[in-house]
Write a protein that binds this ligand. Structure first.
Ligand code: ZN
Ligand code: ZN
Length: 366
């Protein structure tokens, strides 16, 4: 927060009981499209005069999480969770992260113009939130990226009953059913045990996937040092500073080749096949991503050990969440929307594709 000022002029209203929100569902007064509008800059909330995860610099932006397709530089005023603000500053520098930034704690409600806004955990990465908005009895929830699978590095997603639910659909096809995360961790540990003379270099996205993989390995009992490519160090430090225990981490670049025999080395996905990884001891190359479900993708990138570990909802998670929020109207922001629209229409829901362009472009983030 800049100087303790509220950069989003508004009143904090305290926590509203879930029952009150459910009661709201019974008295819809206005259509969602009159106040939530897809615009070239991104999704605009007219009565609050702010954008959610805008694609270009705007006057007022509410940011759901720190991934580059959602958190962009140069906004005048930014409202986000404290963790997301810390991530934005770390990734872009204080200057570019936003002229003035305000943190909103989960559960706290802020009145902005004619909108009651609150941030609700999305279970995607550290600090990730959904944006809950209430306007004249109509409730909308902008979920953006989320998942329901367990993640020791961030609070679980909280489905919020609403009239209009905005969801992503990165894995919006019935073929996408992510395996249990612990099974993928077991796959990695089994390979490490099977090839003790080789190192395992695993491609992981730097914000979220990297720290989640480490935390899952620790939970599975792996207590040896984990080596990091230099590009991953700063974000791991930020997670640790926010109370996420990642165990002993060592820089891979200064390690002697002998130290890396039998070691797990994490690197950005782009580094696993390049010159950088050739200095490792006969590496087994892996990649952790929801897209590793598609064999061809693993093959084309020379991945020997595909780990299907995603920070996005799979097909079943998308449907379960829509069920939980009980929204009669679903707006799909980006991703594979056609099959999801079909499935939702069959369930009597009104589903619509917003086709917001510019999100989910970085496949390795998934
Ligand atoms: Zn994301
Ligand atoms: Zn995204």
């Amino acid at each position: 927060m800049s100087g303790g000022r509220l950069v989003f002029t508004g009143r904090r209203l305290g926590t509203l009981a879930e029952t009150a929100i459910r009661a709201h569902l019974l008295c819809v007064t206005i259509r969602p499209e009159t106040w939530l509008q897809p615009r070239p800059e991104g999704l605009y909330c007219a009565p609050g005069d702010f954008f959610i995860d805008p694609l270009r610099a705007v006057h007022r932006a509410v940011i759901t999480h720190g991934h580059a397709d959602h958190a962009r530089p140069g906004h005048d005023k930014v409202l986000a969770s404290a963790e997301t603000i810390a991530i934005m500053k770390a990734r872009m520098g204080e200057e570019r992260a936003g002229a003035s930034m305000q943190a909103l704690a989960p559960g706290e409600i802020l009145r902005i113009g004619e909108v009651d806004l609150r941030l609700v955990p999305a279970g995607h990465v550290l600090g990730s939130c959904q944006v809950g908005m209430g306007h004249r009895g109509s409730r909308g929830v902008g979920s953006r990226d989320y998942k329901r699978r367990e993640d020791p590095t961030c609070p679980a997603v909280e489905p919020v009953p609403c009239h209009t639910f905005l969801t992503e659909a990165t894995f919006g096809l019935p073929v996408f059913r992510h395996p249990v995360p612990d099974a993928e961790i077991r796959k990695l540990l089994d390979s490490v045990a099977l090839f003790p003379e080789r190192s395992h270099v695993i491609g992981v996205y730097g914000l979220g996937k990297c720290q989640r993989l480490i935390a899952l390995l620790r939970r599975a009992g792996y207590d040896r040092p984990i080596h990091l490519h230099g590009a991953l160090a700063a974000m791991c430090e930020l997670y640790v500073a926010h109370g996420i225990d990642l165990g002993e981490l060592r820089p891979a670049t200064v390690a002697r080749k002998d130290d890396l025999v039998g070691a797990i080395v994490l690197a950005p996905p782009s580094a696993i096949a390049d010159r950088w990884s050739r200095r490792l001891a006969d590496p087994v190359t892996g990649l952790a991503s929801g897209w590793m479900r598609v064999r061809q993708r693993a093959k084309s990138r020379g991945v020997e050990l595909p780990l299907v570990l995603s920070d996005h909802a799979d097909w079943d998670e998308l449907l379960a969440t829509v069920e939980d929020v009980a929204a009669p109207e679903i707006w799909i922001t980006h991703g594979n929307e056609e099959a999801l629209i079909h499935a939702l229409t069959e369930k009597g829901r009104k589903a619509r594709a917003l086709r917001l362009i510019g999100y989910g472009d970085d496949l390795d983030e998934s």
